[in-house]
Design a protein around this ligand. Sequence first.
Ligand code: ATP
Length: 358
Amino acid sequence: MAANDTISIAVLPGDGIGPEVTAPALDVLHAVAGRHGFSVDAREHGAGAGHYRDHGSALPEETIRAVESADATLLAAMGLPDVRYADGTEIVPQIDLREIFGLYGGVRPIRAWLPEAVPLKDPRGADIDFVLVRESTEGLFVDRGKRNGDADHATDTMRVTRAVSEKLFHFSFQLARQRRSHLTLIDKANVLGSMAFFREVFDEVAAEYPDVTTSRLYVDAAAMLMVQRPWDFDVMVTENMFGDILSDLAAGLVGGLGLAPSGDIGDKVAIFQPSHGTAPDIMGKGIANPLATILSVSLMLDWLGRRRDDPRLLAGAADIEQAVRKALAAGDATTVDLGGKVRTADVAKAVIARLGNP
Ligand code: ATP
């Protein structure tokens, strides 16, 4: 049991629908803390495109230090279509944070929260329930925002390092052990030298986990199999750009981005956020789906609970998941993106009402 009863959470609501989905997620966090006997010290910090426009900085030093010193960070969404840096590049402090803190483990759990929203059905009745781990600090994103080349060509670099790959694979094997003990590597080792190296490091690390079974798939085959039999996957691990693409495909398998939470995890710092962006088209209408953010809170409690070995946090994480499932099954959390009419604030009420009802 942790000596400390309080968890300190840095909260970065960001832009667009970010603040709209953060408020209900914090309501759920405070409610679950009350039920499970821990306290939450949640403090908001500025970052994002709006912060850049109003204060001249998209990611102030104070916010970076707050993320560093908090037990965990809850981030909603950042970026606005009409606000750019002076050189025209996009404002994405959420990606900067991954690089600043070395958050190599991009965890994207994909589950059939609302069976009616799942377009594919397993003839044997199995549910989709897998985790995609996306390396989030290097790979094909390493030249992000740069323009290398001249008038006749442009080049990007795929960088794969042993140090980050080893950490990523150890993290993924340990995650697989907490689940059904199967890990699938997704790469393009038949074409790219960087990916052949990625696979070599994977094979070396795999030798340390004889209890976890493994598969290796090329990314093109993986995309096909994720559509043909997504229920067969347990944990998958892949490079940054492949993971970027496959995680949207994966969210589409279970009803879209409104139900896709995520965690970006490093050795010391972890940031949890919905997989969706700032959705400027629906901003301010009160119809944004807050479930991806609420499920990110659950992921955060699970990560913190394991780290602190605190059963109260683990119970809180599980409580949120079952409350979300029940609220969805009852039709009380079916927002517009899921084909319903329930409004953002009412989703939080529906989830909170079902906490503690196993
Ligand atoms: P980014 O580049 O930041 O990922 P994007 O525009 O590609 O942004 P989103 O902001 O996630 O992607 O929006 C994609 C679509 O999904 C939009 O039509 C948006 O309204 C919808 N959407 C995203 N998140 C939600 C949500 N939480 N609730 C309802 N609709 C959402």
